[in-house]
Every structure is written in structure tokens, then in C-alpha cells.
Design a protein around this ligand. Structure first.
Ligand SMILES: *Cc1c(COP(=O)(O)O)cnc(C)c1O
Length: 355
């Protein structure tokens, strides 16, 4: 039975990518060797790493603009620490919009002063704070573009003269932005780019080398750049599948084309959440709704068993809310087809008719 995978992460990948990845595990580049059993220094794998890094910059429009792309390990969570290690001399400014921002703040505090410019924590992160000011003497400003758990998303980014750092784990490559406004972008691969195990970092080189602390090699962006993302053995499979997904995105017309589909998917689902008498938006305030993760709930908990059963029969999986939030969460990443959202809407309507 066809599955409709609304999982929040790890999550859906394009079918064609999974097929190519499966083939490469058996026989990579006609070498009669698995991708998993060759040296990461071999010319075949070095080409994979180079292509993945280059495609990431091309999609973001940052090729030849002083940026470097890296594929590192440790997840986005390692970047919470690594960004501060490399950029925080005295004081950094953070916008607190969710669990992931909160965790980033905690790590940064290990290395210096953190100013929370605004926070929606006391309202269970149900909105994106707007009118705040960023201290001009901070070393950088950090924000999270999409709050995967609560289903909110920044529609606008502040103007600031200090370097802007952004955790884009759950919406990178999903929408067009002026990415040159950001000085460092990071994203765990497993939301919109590939399998778990690799983390993309895109960094403007000129912001590096300004802190006085000694930085351990593995945590040092300059070292990672100098070694072309191969300081140690990279996560070869995760990088390869990320490369395939970035190629798939290119074939699909790039970010501008996928953004149109993402807009259609989000519009279709939110319209149904608002129209259907059984459902309501959950947690996220309307004006800050995420196009990647839609949080919603049944108004009447008694219908839960019926709804869950109908979802299951339709092949819908991965739609439960985060364990800290509850309710439902439909994650509509790039690889999720519009058709899957239509199936979900159909289930919501079927349950409404039966109620
Ligand atoms: C999932 C997620 C993280 C954590 O990613 P890991 O790779 O598991 O460390 C961080 N930030 C955001 C926005 C996320 O969605």
C-alpha cells in the first residue's frame, strides 16, 4: 500500500533518490564495490563531496560570494556549540522561538554572554516575536528560521549590521530568501536534504578567525574548510544521499519551483484545518504558521480513535505531534507530493462527514 509520509525528521526522501542510494550501496559508479566500502579519499567519493558542497551553494545563490559549504557530523545540535565556539567572543544575541533555539542558547552560554532579544517561551512558543532590537555590539545574531516542533516559521528576518546566524534545519531549500543576508546557515540533513548523519554548514569566510579562544580542530570551521570537509572521515552515505537530493531538487527546477509546490501544499492543508468543523490550528498562531510543519488538533478528543484509524487506512504515517506538544503535526517537506496532502484532506473530510 502506498504510504504518505508526514514524518517530522528523519522524514520523506524522493523515491528516485532512495533507488539510486540503494543501488550505490550495492555497486557504486560501476566500481563493483559498495559506496560503503571505498575510501573517502578515493576520487569517486571526493567527487561526491565536491558536488554536494557545490550544489548547496548553487541552490542558495551563494556560489563565488565568499561562502564555503561543509558537511559535518554531530547534527544541528553540534552547531549550537560550534557556532558559539567560532564566533562568540563576548556577547551574542539570540531570538528564542522554540525548543531548538532554547537549546542553542544553552550551549552559547557556556562560552559567553547571551542576550535574548525576544522570546515566546512563556507562551509555549506559539508565535514569532517581532518588534525587538538587536544590540549592535553583539558578536552575532542567531535565529531559527522554522520551529519544527511548534509549527511556526519566520516570514521576515531582521535587518542588522552584525553577522546573522540561522538554524535552517527544517526549511532549508524550501523557499527563496536572500541567503546572502546570512553569514552562517546550518541544517541537519534529515529534514529537507537527506538522511541523518550529515549537517550542512554554509559560512561566509570573512566572519571567521575573530575570536581569541583556542578552538579544537574538529570544532574549528577554518580547519574544516582547509581540509575541504574531510578533516576526518565524513559521513559518506549521508553526504552521498544529500548530493542525490540536491540533484533531484535541481532537476525539479530548484528552490523557486519547489517553493510553489510547498505553498500549494500548505495552503491546501491550512484551508482545510480552518474550514473543517472538527479541527483547529494547534499551538502556532495563524500569522506565524509554518509551511513545513503544520500543527493542528481535533476539537473533540473523542474522535481521536476514528481519525487515527482513518489515517492509517489511507496509508498516512508520521503525523503525531512532537511528544512535548501533542496533537497532530503534518510535516510537508520538499519530497512530499501535493497528492499526499490531498489524501490527508480527504481523510479529514471523511471523518467530518461520519461524525
Ligand atoms: C531537528 C532540528 C534540530 C536538531 O537536529 P539534530 O541534527 O538532531 O541535532 C535543530 N534545529 C531544528 C530547527 C530542527 O528541526
Amino acid at each position: 500500500m502506498k504510504k504518505h509520509n508526514f514524518s517530522a525528521g528523519p522524514c520523506i526522501l524522493p523515491q528516485s533518490v532512495l533507488q539510486q542510494a540503494a543501488a550505490a550501496v550495492k555497486n557504486f559508479n560501476d566500481l563493483n564495490l559498495s559506496l560503503l566500502e571505498i575510501s573517502h579519499r578515493s576520487k569517486d567519493f571526493v567527487a561526491v563531496m565536491d558536488t554536494a558542497r557545490s550544489l548547496a551553494l548553487t541552490h542558495l545563490g551563494l556560489q563565488n560570494k565568499g561562502y564555503q559549504a561543509l558537511f559535518l557530523q554531530g547534527g544541528a545540535s553540534m552547531q549550537f556549540l560550534m557556532t558559539a565556539y567560532n564566533l562568540l567572543e563576548k556577547k551574542a544575541a539570540y531570538l528564542n522561538t522554540g525548543t531548538w533555539s532554547d537549546k542553542a542558547i544553552k550551549e552559547a552560554k557556556l562560552l559567553g554572554e547571551v542576550v535574548e532579544v525576544a522570546s515566546s517561551k512563556s507562551d509555549n512558543f506559539n508565535y514569532i516575536p517581532k518588534n525587538y532590537s538587536i544590540p549592535g555590539d553583539a558578536d552575532y545574531f542567531h535565529c531559527t528560521s522554522n520551529n519544527t516542533i511548534f509549527g511556526t516559521q519566520l516570514q521576515q528576518f531582521p535587518e542588522t549590521d552584525i553577522p546573522m546566524v540561522c538554524d535552517m534545519s527544517s526549511d532549508i531549500f524550501s523557499r527563496q530568501l536572500d541567503f546572502s543576508k546570512f553569514d552562517l546557515i546550518y541544517a541537519g540533513a534529515q529534514k529537507n536534504m537527506g538522511p541523518a548523519g550529515a549537517t550542512l554548514v554554509v559560512v561566509k569566510e570573512e566572519i571567521l578567525g575573530k575570536v581569541s579562544r583556542a578552538i579544537p580542530s574538529m570544532l574549528n570551521y577554518k580547519v574544516q574548510i582547509g581540509k575541504e570537509s574531510m578533516f576526518n572521515t565524513p559521513s559518506v552515505f549521508a553526504v552521498y544521499v544529500s548530493m542525490l537530493t540536491l540533484q533531484w531538487l535541481e532537476d525539479a527546477g530548484g528552490i523557486s519551483a519547489i517553493e510553489k509546490v510547498n505553498n500549494q501544499k500548505a495552503a491546501l492543508l491550512y484551508a482545510e484545518i480552518d474550514r473543517n468543523s472538527l479541527f483547529e490550528g494547534y499551538v502556532a498562531k495563524k500569522e506565524d504558521r509554518s509551511k513545513m510543519n503544520a500543527t493542528f488538533n481535533l476539537k473533540d478528543e473523542q474522535l481521536k480513535a476514528t481519525f487515527d484509524d482513518t489515517l492509517k487506512q489511507a496509508g498516512i504515517s508520521g503525523i503525531n505531534g512532537h511528544r512535548s506538544v501533542g496533537g497532530y503535526r503534518a510535516s510537508m517537506y520538499n519530497a512530499l507530493p501535493l497528492e499526499s496532502v490531498a489524501v490527508l484532506v480527504d481523510v479529514m473530510q471523511t471523518v467530518e462527514k461520519g461524525a
